[in-house]
Design a protein around this ligand. Structure first.
Ligand code: AMP
Ligand code: GLY
Length: 434
């Protein structure tokens, strides 16, 4: 089987890494890839938003299966275009990808089908947003309706914050059409959990949960990012909680999509807040998360291609998935200036000094042509350093020990990932805000 992986982040590097162990895969091509992906498989400089170019690439290379990383590519309708061209691809159609590309559409769907989320309302002018903020009270969360590269959600702890956020989200040119309408949401207390489910249009197969940390700085301070690292699976994602998530969120959502004529095939990612009253949806994404993919895929024992094939062919019912017993902890090494304006072009040293067995997934990196082909930074989230061990404290110690050996100018990362893994009882008692 010839496989094409689209994208250039740590998530896509983890997908390539996992696919290389599949007995069914004879060759992998990546577009456009990054400095780490290009060391593992051939890459082609076709951008993830060049859908015509990607259709051509897959046809010319007789690709049997295409796997899409980025949400923008899915939201732009790559799956529909590949289907039209008779090409096999894993992911939701443009219509089904609206679960991520319109937060309002997703929330209307949840409301129609009784899927547990927070209290919310939409605003299409700054004044409407201000009056909703007064009604909801502080703290409050404001979100752009459309895709905003992981930066469309602002948690506001003062009225001044809400003014800044309204300007940022709705102001001229900030997020363009993504911010024309915003969602105002009740702020939920609890602990976050990301859960992926594979979906074949009718059925779901939930995977293990992962904990991502979105704020840039230790102690959950600073602006939200795409994700600064985390661990999987959290102890609080007990079998009972995961079962509740499947019954109350994942299955009803996939059934709702099918009932509304937009069957969902691909990875459905539920970003949840585990509150005293149970799990609540903060957002859905139409793809693997980053860094969650780097945390979850290393623990997957089953063949990924088998699972994706079952989704595409509508055969997920009755499938099972096998996991390693270990825990992963991953630290994202970010460039200075991330998330607003990350600097690029610094040489990365120490990649040869990490422990054997440690995984370093590349995100914003680039291999420079030349005699010793150095690797330089080329984006905000540069590397995800992932360690596997039998316990979280061991995985955490190893991830941090290795993270300190890799260096580039201005490297920054969070120091408190996986420091506390609360129990579900603590969360339910409202003791924790990890
Ligand atoms: P989202 O893009 O919707 O996942 O939001 C990004 C991050 O903002 C989440 O991972 C949470 O940390 C935070 N957040 C979003 N919505 C809420 C909410 N209703 N209550 C509390 N925190 C939230
Ligand atoms: N880690 C969050 C995301 O992938 O959207």
């Amino acid at each position: 089987m010839r496989v094409l992986v689209i994208g250039s982040g740590g998530r896509e590097h983890a997908l390539v890494w996992k696919l290389r162990s599949s007995p069914e895969v004879t060759s992998i091509l990546a577009a456009p890839g990054n400095g780490g992906i290009s060391a593992a498989v051939p890459t082609v400089p076709v951008a993830a938003d060049d859908i015509d170019g990607l259709v051509r690439l897959a046809s010319e290379n007789r690709i049997d299966l295409t796997i899409v990383g980025p949400e923008d590519t899915l939201a732009a309708g790559i799956v529909d275009r590949f289907h039209d061209a008779g090409l096999r691809i894993f992911g939701p159609t443009r219509a089904a990808a609206r679960i991520e590309s319109s937060k309002l559409w997703a929330r209307d769907l949840m409301q129609r089908h009784g899927i547990p989320t927070d209290r919310w309302a939409s605003a299409s002018t700054p004044n409407e947003a201000r009056s909703l903020v007064r009604e909801f009270g502080i703290p409050v969360v404001l979100k752009a309706d459309g895709l905003a590269r992981g930066r469309g959600a602002v948690v506001c702890s003062s009225l001044e914050d809400t003014e800044v956020a309204i300007n940022e989200l709705m102001g001229e040119g900030a997020h363009g059409p993504a911010g024309h309408r915003i969602v105002v949401e009740e702020y939920l207390e609890g602990t976050e959990l990301s859960v992926f489910a594979l979906a074949d249009g009718q059925h779901v197969l939930p995977l293990i949960g992962a904990r991502d940390y979105k704020p840039l700085l230790d102690g959950d301070r600073g602006p939200n990012t795409g994700g600064m690292g985390g661990y999987a699976p959290p102890a609080y994602a007990t079998p009972a909680l995961m079962d509740e998530v499947r019954r109350t969120i994942l299955e009803p959502t996939v059934r709702a999509l099918a009932a509304e004529g937009v069957p969902y095939v691909g990875v459905l990612y539920a970003g949840l807040m585990i509150t005293r009253d149970g799990p609540r949806v903060l957002e859905f994404n139409c793809r693997w998360g980053d860094p969650e993919a780097e945390l979850v895929l290393p623990l997957l024992k089953s063949d990924l291609v088998d699972l994706m094939d079952a989704c595409i062919d509508g055969r997920l019912d009755g499938m099972t998935v096998e996991w390693e017993d270990d825990v992963t902890c991953g630290v994202v090494l970010a460039a200075p200036g991330y998330p607003a304006t990350p600097s690029k072009g610094s040489q990365i040293d120490g990649l040869d000094r990490t422990d054997p067995g440690l995984l370093v997934f590349h995100g914003g990196t680039r291999r420079v042509e030349g005699p010793d082909t150095p690797i330089v930074t080329n984006g905000g989230r540069v590397l995800t350093v992932v360690a596997r061990a039998s316990t979280l404290p061991e995985a955490r110690a190893s991830a941090y020990a290795n993270a300190t050996r890799v260096h580039f100018e201005g490297v920054r990362y969070r120091h408190d990932l996986g420091e506390i893994d609360p129990s579900l009882q603590q969360i339910r008692a409202g003791v924790m805000r990890a």
